[in-house]
Design a protein around this ligand. Structure first.
Ligand SMILES: O=C1O[C@H](COP(=O)(O)O)[C@@H](O)[C@H](O)[C@H]1O
Length: 261
């Protein structure tokens, strides 16, 4: 029987955040068992705000985020200074990292090396080298296997900085690739490639609001949507993929959804 992604849909962001918290903490426990660390890749866009709601909520029976054992990489990053309004690092820092109370520990965070701003190929290579170091990759290790990738879904079906019909979707060697013609500004970025994304132990999309409505039904219900970047992640990741959505985003979607984990 074919294995499919899981679609969860909630009344509002608060209930979504509660479930996302439970899910991330389960992934964290699995990561701790696997290598006594939690290696996670995080996107920019609307995700960090919801993630903060999920992770900085009061402790409950699910436990809490143990940030001191987290290693955070960026699923994609824009080639801008780290304090630039377009920086995914700045977004995560402002929304989450700076708000983590000292009692919860501080994660190791891997921003891009901004000295390579004018050479995004070199920036991507350096980021890949950082991944290699962290994942202690030997020659025989084909890809870094993240415990969890937390992804967004753009209104055109893009995820990370993998855009519809772009040649980067066919990249099969590099773990991190540069893009110099991003259809969404800024043009210059780096991104994890599809094999790294689909190779993760768990992959979660967070997509909320009416702005995502049309694209979700395209991705989840149509043949055409399967070739969009998010559709390709669904196909490659199958049952490892979970979509956390609200009712606004999935209205009109036929793909079967569940209301809890
Ligand atoms: O450009 C980007 O967009 C996507 C989607 O953003 P959203 O605001 O529609 O959630 C994001 O996941 C990615 O990290 C970012 O660089």
């Amino acid at each position: 029987m074919a294995k499919h992604p899981n679609l969860y849909s909630f009344n509002d962001i608060d209930s979504l955040a509660k479930s996302l918290r439970k899910y991330v903490l389960q992934c964290q426990s699995a990561g701790f068992e696997r290598h006594n660390a939690f290696k996670v890749a995080v996107s920019g866009g609307s995700l960090p705000k919801t993630l903060t709601k999920a992770l900085l909520a009061q402790d409950d029976e699910e436990g809490k985020a143990e940030f001191a054992k987290w290693e955070v990489f960026f699923a994609d990053e824009r080639a801008v200074p780290l304090d630039h309004e377009d920086s995914n690092y700045k977004l995560l820092k402002d929304e989450l990292l700076d708000k983590i109370p000292a009692s919860m520990g501080k994660p190791i965070v891997h921003p891009i090396d901004v000295q390579y701003m004018d050479d995004v190929q070199e920036m991507a290579d350096q980021y890949q080298a950082a991944l290699m170091k962290s994942f202690a990759a030997k020659d025989s290790v084909k890809i870094p296997i993240f415990d969890l990738l937390l992804l967004g879904c753009g209104p055109d079906g893009h995820t990370c900085s993998l855009f519809p019909n772009h040649e980067l979707l066919r990249e099969s060697d590099a773990w991190v690739a540069p893009i110099e013609d991003s259809p969404k500004p800024p043009k210059k970025r780096i991104t994890l490639t599809l094999p790294v994304v689909t190779g993760g132990i768990k992959i979660a999309f967070v997509a909320t609001g009416e702005g995502k409505r049309g694209i979700l039904s395209k991705i989840l219900d149509t043949e055409e949507g399967r070739s969009l970047p998010c559709g390709l992640v669904n196909e490659g990741g199958a049952e490892k993929v979970s979509w956390f959505t609200d009712h606004g985003a999935v209205q009109g979607v036929n793909f079967p959804s569940r209301g809890s984990l």
